[in-house]
Design a protein around this ligand. Structure first.
Ligand code: NAD
Length: 443
């Protein structure tokens, strides 16, 4: 099928590459000229395991193209995906500016029936607004062209996006048009062979499904951080509690890890957007408020632990930080807990030596040159001459360091394990002070 995708970010580029992998002819459109130029030259601007070979293969066989010119891309398409960003507006609600700009572009160029598929995460009712925006442009042209707008929220996880896209655990389709659902059934058939993963529903339910999924996952994280904070006060170890509750299949082991708070481009903004949606309808979503509040304070936890250890005086201290990305296997630092930590450290007069396996370019882009930040080439280099080490992102390479060498490198001999990667007694045996999250030792 001929597929056009607006937005070549994490969602658009991965979707485009995976649809090309199934033999579709895909054109990716973006307004970012530099991004499109780099993609045309074979440079993949984001780090996502398995993405680069797919992009290279299908750019070479002609199934995947990149352009900034929307007109021809709309005209050729059987399906048009909207996969542009929906960042938070000033009041936390989703900013639909980019989605509606794409809708108007589609309306200006549409020549024949197409299915417009909204993959961006958008508030309930957006499919109607997209439909109206396209219709308004058609009216300007006095064109009578039929089209359908479908909500098809994306559930891929950054760091595992290609696998998630090729083997989705569900494909949610929100549409009241049998014709559009048939087109999507055909498109997704190769992803749907093993068993039927398609869940067809109305548009509004599909739009809410995406927010409900992310809010549920954020709730699990904040819940576990809440338990960790209680564990610290009562002298319990949340890691044992985690295993104890995870064994109940109704709870499960997934997504109940305490840590430095959730970040990334989705959970923070989607929880906020759902809160705003509820508020706009006159409903006070108390649980969602609590999820967000717990997360805000959890992001400050690593700094608090350090500050307490150094008796509130971090001025002139040098802190090594392992992990800047908001989670492993990505270079994405949007809303990452590392950003809260570094801002607080700088505010307190400390300097930072940081290392991340993939996010160094992104860190350079965000912070540029600063006297109080040394971006290091390796985990080893980051700890040299530092007073303390903080683990912020649970990359596999940080899982089993040589603690004896760390003791020699770290002047004040302190490890703050923001992801509970290490056994406290092993770290302490090497002569280091250990602080985890919710392990009865951090207060
Ligand atoms: P992103 O910021 O990585 O990419 C968005 C892209 O859209 C950018 O390249 C931007 O230049 C482009 N763009 C903006 N306006 C455009 C226009 N008018 N025409 C063409 N391109 C345009 O965003 P993302 O992380 O891929 O997220 C996209 C959407 O998918 C968001 O709504 C997000 O909430 C949702 N989502 C993201 C993830 C994720 O893990 N990143 C997962 C599921 C859903």
């Amino acid at each position: 099928m001929n597929v056009t995708i607006f937005g070549t970010g994490y969602v658009g580029l991965v979707t485009g590459a995976c649809l090309a992998e199934m033999g579709n002819r895909v054109v990716c459109v973006d307004v970012d000229e530099d991004k499109v130029r780099r993609l045309k030259q074979g440079e993949v601007p984001i780090f996502e395991p398995g993405l680069e070979p797919l992009v290279h293969r299908h750019a070479a066989d002609g199934l995947l193209e990149f352009t900034t010119d929307p007109g021809p891309a709309v005209i050729r398409a059987d399906l048009i995906f909207i996969a542009v960003g929906t960042p938070p507006d000033e009041d936390g609600s989703a900013d639909l500016r980019y989605v509606l700009a794409v809708a108007r572009t589609i309306g200006r160029h549409l020549q024949h029936y197409s299915v417009i598929v909204d993959k961006s995460t958008v508030p309930v009712g957006t499919a109607d607004r997209v439909r109206e925006a396209i219709q308004a442009e058609l009216q300007v042209r006095s064109a009578e062209i039929s089209f359908d707008v479908v909500s098809n929220p994306e559930f891929l996880k950054e760091g595992n996006a290609v696998v998630d896209c090729l083997r989705p655990d569900r494909i949610v389709i929100g549409s009241s048009s049998a014709r559009a659902v048939e087109v999507l059934r055909k498109l997704y058939a190769p992803f749907n062979r093993n068993h039927d993963r398609m869940v067809v529903m109305d548009e509004r339910s599909a739009e809410l499904t995406k927010y409900a999924a992310n809010a549920m996952l954020a709730t699990k994280i904040s819940f576990m951080n809440e338990v960790a904070n209680i564990a610290e006060r009562v002298g319990a170890d949340v890691e044992l509690v985690r295993k104890g509750i995870g064994s109940d299949p109704r709870i499960g082991y997934d997504f109940i890890y305490p840590g430095a708070g959730y970040g990334g481009s989705c959970f923070p903004k989607d929880v906020q957007a759902l809160l705003r949606t509820a508020t706009a309808e006159g409903y006070d979503a108390r649980l969602l408020h609590a999820v967000e509040t717990v997360n805000q304070s959890q992001k400050e936890r690593l700094f608090q632990i350090l500050s307490r250890h150094f008796q509130g005086d971090l001025k002139g201290r040098c802190i090594a930080v392992w992990g800047l990305a908001f989670k492993p296997n990505t270079d994405d630092m949007r809303e990452a807990p590392s950003r809260t930590l570094l801002a607080a450290l700088w505010q307190a007069g400390a300097t930072v030596r940081a290392y991340d396996p993939e996010a160094m370019d992104e860190a350079r882009r965000i912070w540029g040159e600063r006297a109080d930040l040394q971006l290091c080439a390796s985990a080893d280099e980051a700890v040299q001459g530092a007073d303390a080490l903080v683990i912020v992102t649970e990359w596999k390479v940080f899982r089993s360091p040589d603690f004896t060498r760390l003791r020699q490198a770290l002047a004040a001999g302190v490890i703050v394990d923001g992801r509970n990667l290490y056994a406290p007694e092993v770290v302490e045996q090497a002569g280091l002070a250990y602080y985890g999250i919710g392990r009865g030792r951090s207060l």
